[in-house]
Write a protein that binds this ligand. Structure first.
Ligand code: GTP
Ligand code: MG
Length: 201
């Protein structure tokens, strides 16, 4: 009877945990996106003032529950010297959210290079990629087709991975729910796929 009840309890309440990395150049809006996500998806979370967010030097973490999935976010600093730390987290991650500042055409090539380097890592093979075209509230910003054109030569490296380019405004929250729901769907589906290369010993 105890086993039956504990099994039932686990079935109803136990969450499957997934680690999601939030990457992108400095000033892209990663920490703002994380705070907005926590505010939207956690009932009792009293969000911080988004305008008070400053550049990330280490990492920020956050957890949300979406249905039976628990997403644990690692938001890493995007400054050039901090990008060398990104790959230390790849092996643990089930998904990557890559944030782009759509108002910064000048640094779009730099952002593409950092993205390309990241997806070239074998450890991330098969991991879903959510690319956020952030700051869509700003007039004359780059559109999703503009960004897709610049990133188009990454397609062979993306390969068969799930990949979505989602327009978003981390400040207002627009596009955040769509992005998170897509990621949840992908990581759950991925769990039922054959193991990634790194898992084969
Ligand atoms: N207009 C606009 N500004 C945004 C948006 N999202 C973030 N910002 C602003 O962009 C700046 C950088 O945001 P952060 O969240 O600190 O960026 P980050 O990617 O975490 O930067 P690092 O921690 O340095 O890697 C801040 O001034 C934010 O208010 C957005 O959707 N629209
Ligand atoms: Mg930050």
């Amino acid at each position: 009877m105890y086993t039956l009840l504990s099994g039932l309890y686990k079935y109803v309440f136990q969450k499957d945990e997934y680690c999601i990395l939030i990457l992108g150049l400095d000033n892209a809006g990663k920490t703002t996106f994380l705070e907005q996500t926590k505010t939207k998806f956690s009932k009792n979370y009293k969000g911080m003032n988004l305008s008070k967010i400053t550049t990330t030097v280490g990492l920020n973490i956050g957890t949300i529950d979406v249905g039976k999935a628990r997403l644990m976010f690692w938001d890493l600093g995007g400054q050039e010297e901090l990008q060398s730390l990104w790959d230390k987290y790849y092996a643990e991650s089930h998904g990557v959210i890559y944030v782009i500042d759509s108002t910064d055409e000048r640094r779009l090539g730099e952002s593409k290079n950092a993205f390309e380097k990241m997806i070239s890592s074998e450890v991330l093979e098969g991991v879903p990629l959510l690319v956020l075209a952030n700051k869509q509230d700003v007039e004359n910003c780059l559109s999703v087709p503009d960004i897709k054109t610049t990133f188009s030569d990454c397609a062979p490296k993306i390969g068969k991975r799930d990949c979505l380019v989602q327009p978003c405004c981390a400040l207002s929250g627009e596009g955040v729910d769509e992005g998170i729901e897509w990621m949840v769907k992908c990581v759950i589906r991925n769990i039922h796929r054959p193991p990634r290369q790194k898992d084969i010993t």
